[in-house]
Design a protein around this ligand. Structure first.
Ligand code: SF4
Ligand code: SF4
Length: 89
């Protein structure tokens, strides 16, 4: 199946050194909430294979295509992107 123009744009950006820095920085912003049950579906479905399971929880590495597949497949809706909330004291 031919990739759509939007998908091709993401792939081109991935190989653009300037964009790659931006994409790497964004990948660091993924995290799983306490709703994560450690099923590993995000780990299995990531097309770049860079999600590791550490102590039963996903850990996002690099590179990331920002395809959103991990967030889509999570059965618990536990994947968030952005600033992590501060731990409760
Ligand atoms: S957005 Fe895509 S490439 Fe990035 S961690 Fe999720 S599944 Fe993997
Ligand atoms: S798919 Fe969701 S529930 Fe399963 S390990 Fe990943 S973040 Fe956790």
């Amino acid at each position: 199946m031919a990739a759509g123009s939007e998908e091709m744009g993401v792939i081109k950006d991935f190989f653009n050194p300037k964009k790659k820095i931006e994409i790497k920085a964004m990948a660091d912003n993924f995290y799983a909430t306490d709703d994560c049950d450690g099923c590993g579906e995000c780990y299995r479905r990531c097309p770049t294979g860079h999600i590791k399971m550490i102590d039963g929880r996903p850990d996002w590495g690099k590179p990331c295509l920002m395809c959103a597949q991990c967030g889509t497949v999570c059965p618990k809706g536990a994947i968030r992107f952005g600033r992590r909330p501060a731990p409760e004291s």
